[in-house]
Write a protein of this length. Structure first.
Length: 601
């Protein structure tokens, strides 16, 4: 199915809705101040409902509060107003107010024996708990909602099944139970002939299918869901569908379609007037811009994302924002700040839901590898291995974690881990997670000496990436090809490797990826003397020799960092490695070693 990427339809007749809202608002104001408390409450409730229809949850929140202030505990409208207050507060992002309102509504309706309305309250409460990443209470509340609403199956019961199934899949990786709940929801939605519910159930089921590993099947379900959401002008549902579709397109390697979907997601989200609907969007946009070398646009997207997450009463969006920011500043050369941000994000995820670390921990592990903290990087591999154990073989969380693990192993050039990971990545070839799976398969095959397979994977990676305009991933792919030339042909491959590295440096300069550029220039420098320069003493790397030369000149860590365009922390890491390799304990002894071995010049 081909989706029309044009601007989605707007909802309803705005002028009529605004006029009705203003009429109810005026009547509410008049009666509330004239002593007519019952009429004031009625018109406040009507104004709130009208505000909801006009996509103005903040106004609805104000009017529901006014109505509740005018109603006594036993007024028949009180339960309905409590439900409305909870939903308005949820959409406004004031989640503590929302949970209190839904708890009160649940108690109020259960005391009166109305399980249907109590079920609606439990559904709202489950949604709020989930937004706050309180997964166990969310599951309990949603299961309660399904049980209460099943007495008289209707739209709310389908919604409860959708929320429960989504929670089970996305936060708990319980795909079988999730699929059962969502297939049941889709069956009821079709029986009821409700296009909105069918769109929601198809979207939720598509997300489960996606995370279970079937990107193509997920895309079909999600595209069908988006068509239905458009047909009924359901911008909230369309926004959720776009979020899932953008992931599906990326994982399937359909990069241009992903970019179209991100822009469409932005359009829908703006019409929701719900900041929670864009909680992850700007992180996605920033990453896409950065991979294309558009640093200014990426930094602007990060700034907009920060404004969004700071106004949300939900910890998970902030953690994801920090993770994205940390990953990008590391790419741009500031590995010290990158490590700090990623450690903070991982600490948040560890507290919120430890099982979610399969998605995130590898990013920190890669930065640890980049700054030379080999043992800590290897420790992340071991933790990720434990996190993978309960995940189904084809699950996307497994693919994502394996992708990160392979990137760490390639940078560390660890052949033992390469042998362990290589066969496990093969089922995911052609996919794109944090990095190209084909590029990583090619790099692992190179480490293992399987040069024919490496060529096939790297050629596939280059072909796909050149279509995507992802300059950063293309640079890494060309670097992997240069490494293959040198590994397979040794001296005869130097010329072709130089050409690849020089193209890679140009790409890195244009993309602003200083971390990669520095590594490439060091590699090219080493390559220039390949075959003529004798090995450096004590197994020192060229970069370590450069640091040692500057130490003999009496330069401080800060001065060395400025000259080599690296962080002071990286200089300290190099010095620790130098001391270890040369068997010395201080800078003076290291300088003496350099002079003895003619490294001072």
């Amino acid at each position: 199915m081909t989706l029309n990427p044009s601007v989605p339809p707007f909802i309803g007749n705005l002028a009529t809705r605004v006029a009705r809202f203003l009429l109810f608002q005026h009547a509410s104001f008049h009666f509330a101040r004239s002593g007519e408390r019952e009429l004031g409450a009625i018109y406040s409730q009507r104004a709130a409902a009208s505000a909801f229809r006009s996509s103005a949850p903040q106004e609805a929140l104000t009017h529901y509060r006014t109505a509740l202030a005018l109603l006594d505990e036993h007024a028949p409208q009180r339960g309905t107003c409590l439900l409305g207050l909870g939903e308005a507060a949820r959409l406004c992002g004031t989640l503590q107010d929302a949970s209190e309102a839904f708890v009160s509504a649940l108690e109020w309706w259960r005391a009166r024996g109305n399980n249907g309305e109590a079920g609606r309250a439990a559904l709202g409460l489950g949604r709020v708990y989930w937004r706050r990443e309180e997964i166990a209470p969310a599951r309990t509340a949603l299961q309660q909602a399904v049980a209460l609403l099943s007495e008289k199956p209707g739209a709310e019961m389908v919604q409860a099944l959708i929320e429960l199934g989504s929670l089970l899949a996305l936060s708990l990786h319980e795909f079988t139970e999730a699929s059962d709940a969502l297939n049941q929801a889709l069956t009821f939605a079709r029986q009821f002939g409700d296009a909105r519910l069918e769109a929601a159930a198809s979207r939720a089921l598509g997300s489960v299918v996606l995370r279970a590993g079937d990107a193509d099947g997920a895309i079909r379900l999600l595209e069908q869901a988006l068509v239905k959401a458009d047909e009924v002008d359901d911008v909230w549902e369309a926004t959720e569908i776009c979020a899932s579709l953008s992931l599906a397109y990326r994982w399937a390697g359909a990069f241009d379609r992903q970019q179209e979907m991100l822009q469409r997601w932005l359009i829908y989200a703006r019409h929701c007037h719900d900041p929670y609907q864009v909680r992850h969007l700007y992180s996605f946009l920033a990453t896409g811009y950065a991979l294309r070398g558009q640093r200014a646009e990426a930094e602007e997207a990060l700034l907009q994302g920060k404004r969004i997450v700071e106004q949300l009463d939900s910890p998970e969006p902030l953690a994801m924002y920090q993770f994205t920011q940390g990953s990008l500043v590391g790419l741009w050369g500031d590995l010290e700040t990158s490590e700090e941000l990623l450690r903070s994000a991982i600490a948040r995820f560890r507290e919120l839901e430890p099982r979610s670390l399969a998605w995130w921990l590898g990013g920190l592990g890669l930065v640890l590898a980049l700054v030379g903290k080999r043992q800590e990087a290897l420790a992340t591999l071991n933790e990720l291995e434990a996190l993978l154990a309960p995940l189904p073989d084809g699950a996307m969380a497994r693919a994502h974690a394996l992708c990160d693990m392979a990137a760490i192993v390639v940078w560390l050039e660890d052949r033992e881990w390469a042998a362990r990971l290589y066969p496990r990545l093969v089922p995911f070839h052609g996919q794109m997670h944090a990095f190209s799976m084909d590029r990583l398969l090619g790099a692992l095959a190179t480490l293992l000496g399987d040069f024919p397979a490496a060529r096939v994977y790297l050629a596939a990676a280059e072909e796909a990436i050149r279509r995507s305009s992802f300059k950063v991933e293309l640079a890494f792919t060309l670097l992997a090809q240069a490494n293959l030339e040198l590994a397979e042909h040794r001296r005869s491959g130097v010329a072709s490797a130089r050409v690849l590295l020089e193209e890679t440096i140009v790409l890195s300069e244009h993309a602003g990826t200083q971390t990669l550029e520095r590594s490439l220039r060091e590699r090219l420098h080493q390559l220039a003397g390949k075959g003529t320069r004798p090995p450096l003493p004590a197994g020192l790397s060229l970069r370590e020799a450069e640091v040692l030369r500057l130490v003999t000149q009496g330069k401080s860590n800060r001065q060395i960092a400025e000259e080599l365009v690296i962080s002071e922390r990286t200089v300290a890491n190099h010095l620790a490695s130098i001391f270890n390799k040369t068997g010395v304990e201080n800078r003076a002894a290291a300088a003496a070693f350099a002079i003895r071995h003619e490294l001072a010049e």
